[in-house]
Design a protein around this ligand. Structure first.
Ligand SMILES: [Zn+2]
Length: 247
């Protein structure tokens, strides 16, 4: 393939631009915010599940308390009724009186036991409420952490994208004047060779693969006409001769 030496040199400009774009894309992918956001998202999801579970626990315990209070109320009502009957003097049979007094005693004990249950459930309800409050606060904090990390990522994206847009406009200008076949070869080689399709020959080295050429190889490169597109024998990249190439 042949190409004017000036176009070959422009290819190095294009390579520098493409490398810059690759760097920007790499920076975009490897922002530390990505890992932060992943972690914050995982924390947030886990906390959300914990809040839901804690709220379920809280409402179960609240229902349990209502039930325990109702049990106390029932016994209290029954006990009050018995006391009324006793106080009314309507019961005269000593046997009935004894039975009634016995029942009042049993109910008092039962009420005491049930009131213990109520106190126990109230304590558990308080614990459950505290857990909901604590987890809700942590969930809110994780939302803030996540939102902040996303904002920092988006700001970095905006900066990188603005720069990339500028560089892409430069690329269009350079690429527009390059011969199509040279551009096509460069593009193919760039894909095959890790993003570098054209390299400068500098101080006997291919700057693409750092291979140092022997005098014989260098003489062969020198012997090629200036508009011949030379390829590195080692990495097959387009080898561009410039004024500083020493050939
Ligand atoms: Zn090479």
């Amino acid at each position: 393939m042949n190409a004017a030496p000036a176009d070959q040199i422009r290819l190095l400009d294009l390579q520098a631009i493409d490398s810059k774009l690759d760097q920007l894309a790499h920076r975009r992918r490897s922002l530390p915010e990505h890992a932060e956001i992943d972690k914050a998202t995982a924390d947030h999801t886990a906390l959300k599940d914990l809040v839901v579970a804690a709220q379920a626990q809280q409402s179960d315990t609240a229902r349990e308390l209502t039930k325990a209070e109702q049990d106390v109320e029932q016994v209290r009502t029954r006990s009050a009724r018995n006391q009324q009957r006793l106080d009314s003097g309507a019961i005269t049979s000593p046997k009935d009186l004894e039975n009634l007094q016995h029942e009042i005693g049993s109910l008092a004990k039962r009420q005491g036991d049930l009131e213990e249950v109520v106190l126990d459930v109230m304590e558990r309800l308080e614990t459950a409420q505290n857990r909901v409050d604590e987890l809700t606060a942590r969930l809110e904090h994780s939302t803030v952490v996540l939102t902040e990390a996303e904002a920092r990522r988006d700001a970095a994206f905006a900066e990188i994208d603005a720069e990339a847009e500028k560089v892409r406009r430069d690329r269009e200008t350079v690429a527009a004047v390059l011969p199509a076949d040279l551009l096509k070869l460069y593009t193919k080689l760039r894909e095959q060779q890790g993003g570098v399709g054209a390299a400068r020959l500098y101080q006997r080295r291919c700057e693409g693969c750092r291979t140092e050429f022997s005098i014989t190889e260098l003489n062969a490169i020198k012997a090629e006409p200036a508009d011949k597109v030379v390829r590195c024998e080692n990495c097959s990249r387009i080898l561009v001769r410039t004024a500083e190439s020493g050939v």
